[in-house]
Design a protein around this ligand. Sequence first.
Ligand SMILES: Cc1cc2nc3c(=O)[nH]c(=O)nc-3n(C[C@H](O)[C@H](O)[C@H](O)COP(=O)(O)OP(=O)(O)OC[C@H]3O[C@@H](n4cnc5c(N)ncnc54)[C@H](O)[C@@H]3O)c2cc1C
Length: 395
Amino acid sequence: MEIDTDVLVIGASPAGISAAAAAASHDVDVTLIERKEEIGSMPHPANTFFEGMFDRTSEIIHHEYVIREMSGMHIVSPAGNRIVHETPGYIIDREKFDKYHVKDLIRHNVDVITGVSAHNFIRKKNIIRTSTSDQTLASKIVIIADGISSGLSALVGLHPTKYPHDIAWAIEAEVEADGVGDPDFFEYYIGSIAPGWKATYSPCGGDRANLGVFVRRHGQDVSRFFDLWLKRFAEEKNISDVSEIRIIRKQIGGDPIATIPDEIVSDGIMVAGGAAGQSGICYGMRAGEICGMVAAKAIASSKTSRKALSEYRRLWEKEFKSEYLLGRSALEILRKLDDKEIDRLTGMFTDVNLTLVTGTGSPRSQAIRVMQFMLRKEPKTALSLLAPLIRAGVG
Ligand SMILES: Cc1cc2nc3c(=O)[nH]c(=O)nc-3n(C[C@H](O)[C@H](O)[C@H](O)COP(=O)(O)OP(=O)(O)OC[C@H]3O[C@@H](n4cnc5c(N)ncnc54)[C@H](O)[C@@H]3O)c2cc1C
């Protein structure tokens, strides 16, 4: 059996769902296929975001999937320096979040097919035939939103990320211990506890929390970092024995936080979300929206060439490129500093309200204000730590 559609979306990731909804809202025929039997079942571990990120999408936050509202984050250095950033955040029930968005797809008449896996593509005369575990689907455009591990983009010769070796490999666990869910700030611990990125503590209310490690360039098995993090967490929270922290569920995965989108467009094909190095729920959703909108325009004008679809890349770069490069540079600086250097850097922010330092505005202008603050406060320390790294090239 062969199914005809204008746009085929592969993967019910945040990017895939948003791309399908955006394209369908412009009156084109959209089919979304998802490998899992049910969207939202076996949910992805990603379940937090900040309001400032969500505001980048065209949606509003719905309380039916919010578990907990948070007041912001603490960034904690190896020696315990704490940087406080007040910025509204959310812990969500990812299953409810995904199911909420499936309703949106149905409202937009997207044909959603679950339990079907895409295998390969053949392109002939502007039609792409996607073979799946079930049938062949013929479409004018394919949007690949299959996450970091499926690798469908490689089948069409695309290298969608610039630094694929820089995925942060992660373990995240739902845990239970007395009162562990009470605080209303996320805590992110940096340094050798989780090289290249962070160890996380998300208090979910009551006795529940999520603990995770996200590590770059130390292989995919990061369990030794997770074990160290549990020990440090117990010490930090005065829990006398690690065994008092009961692990309910552990999930592993990769976060493409520093991989940077590269070749994300080909003839009739666009790549979005984690597969394209667009890490994060909200960033994936926004990239999906752009992708879906460009797909609809291309269908309307019957122009689906690489050149026509490159508008997706152009619009994405306009909104996000400098922010992504800045984020990667910050993570590279973090990866190259040792614990003592991180303590010296974070020491500059002791008793400082980071929210007042960053102010509002684009992430770029906020980062510039942070640099200016550091140079004013301790010019020697700031220059001695940052200048060699910047000279050596952190991008
Ligand atoms: C442990 C962990 C925690 C994280 N926490 C957060 C967080 O709190 N907040 C945040 O913003 N980000 C977080 N991230 C980052 C995360 O990577 C992204 O936010 C996002 O959820 C991942 O989306 P994705 O685009 O990679 O796709 P995924 O969510 O992985 O979705 C891809 C979908 O495609 C389907 N699929 C794959 N191959 C095929 C195929 N061949 N045919 C059909 N369907 C297919 C899969 O079944 C899957 O449903 C976390 C990452 C990890 C690893």
